[in-house]
Design a protein around this ligand. Structure first.
Ligand SMILES: Nc1ncnc2c1ncn2[C@@H]1O[C@H](COP(=O)(O)OP(=O)(O)OP(=O)(O)O)[C@@H](O)[C@H]1O
Ligand SMILES: [Mg+2]
Length: 331
């Protein structure tokens, strides 16, 4: 549905390129996450998809169209197929909820009777039927984002772009919006590209994820692969922070390992046994129970020191616990 072929982007007068040689492919019906630190190029990447920015090099192809080659009319048609929602909702404050949702339809010249019917249908889909005549200022953040989603869906897009769409919302509201987004993906077969700095969001809804660092893609994979076995230092740092471990965990003495417990291994009293048998001391740097979509798993970040650290790692592995090395020995 979306491919980036060696895409680079420099802004006029900007220093370092915002994106360098980015290649990726998003399949139809997929929820694709993009994570990266502030300034990594996430918003730039998403704005290239709907032609708000043009690449300085390489090609962005969306639903068969080379975005940079589209004229004004072609871009307009593309933007009807690619909806977008924003962190701060970007609603028109002078229009009602219904007026905001109807806006792209009126812009597209849809007949008024159809605008009315379609707006009612969209408001029902996002659970805002009773709010049609309210103004944005009268809504909660979650309700505003529902209006944003209904508006983005008005032109029946194939792709929905979400730039930090839940970052301004509390955890419970985030959960509800993510559920809505997941349903849209399933029920409408919508392809979704979702940018976020919240690792929970990626774990809850994404199928695959790309990790951006300094404008380059440093890792791409299924959410399961990237979160359970991160290959790049950047992904490891995100995953470590998502464990509740401070990023300074990487600075402590000893070897820092991340244990992943799934299924039966979760319930065995394994830490004490391994410490006794191998003489290794451990300190706990972080730990949480997470869910990958519906599957729970536990992760514990430990620093291991003294005794036979290699034997301890082998013993964990023999017991069905996954061990990832966060730092090497002797750093
Ligand atoms: N319109 C612009 N003109 C010049 N430079 C820009 C422009 N937009 C972004 N940049 C620069 O491009 C780089 C990437 O910015 P981008 O907004 O894509 O990052 P981001 O990953 O979305 O960050 P954040 O998480 O803070 O939103 C940054 O160095 C930024 O300063
Ligand atoms: Mg951004």
């Amino acid at each position: 549905m979306i491919t980036f072929e060696a895409v680079s982007k420099s802004y006029p007068g900007g220093g370092r390129a915002a994106l360098t040689e980015v290649s990726l492919a998003v399949a139809p019906g997929e929820v694709f996450g993009v994570i990266g630190a502030s300034g990594a190029g996430k918003s730039t990447l998403i704005r290239l998809i709907n032609g708000l920015e043009k690449p300085s090099g390489g090609r962005v192809v969306v639903d068969g169209d080379d975005v940079a080659a589209l004229g004004v009319e072609g871009l307009r048609a593309l933007r009807r197929r690619v909806g977008m929602i924003f962190q701060h909702f970007n609603l028109l404050s002078s229009k009602t909820v219904a007026g905001n949702v109807a806006f792209p339809l009126r812009l597209a010249g849809v007949a008024e009777a159809e605008v009315k019917a379609r707006t009612a249908e969209l408001l029902a889909r996002v659970g805002l039927t009773d709010f049609a005549t309210k103004y944005p200022a009268q809504l909660s953040g979650g309700q505003k984002q529902r209006v944003g989603i209904a508006r983005a869906l008005a032109t029946e897009p194939k792709v929905l772009l979400c730039d930090e769409a839940t970052s301004a919302l509390d955890p419970e509201t985030t959960e509800q919006i993510l559920e809505l987004v997941s349903n849209l993906n399933r029920e409408l077969g919508l392809t979704i590209v979702l940018i976020t700095h919240e690792m929970d969001v990626v774990r809850r809804v994404c199928d695959r994820v790309a990790v951006l660092d300094g404008g380059r893609v440093v890792e791409t994979g299924t959410v399961e692969a990237v979160f359970l076995h991160p290959a790049s230092a950047t992904a490891r740092r995100f995953v470590l922070e998502a464990d509740g471990a401070p990023s300074e965990a990487a600075m402590v003495d000893g070897r820092v390992v991340r244990l992943t417990f799934r299924g039966e291994a979760t319930y065995r009293p394994i830490l004490g046994a391994v410490a006794r048998e191998t003489g290794v001391d451990y300190s706990i740097l972080g730990g949480r129970i997470h869910r990958l979509r519906e599957t729970p798993y536990g992760q514990l970040t430990l620093s291991l020191a003294g005794g036979d650290v290699e034997a301890a790692i082998a013993r964990f592995r023999a017991d069905g616990v996954r061990v990832d090395l966060v730092t090497e020995a002797g750093r």
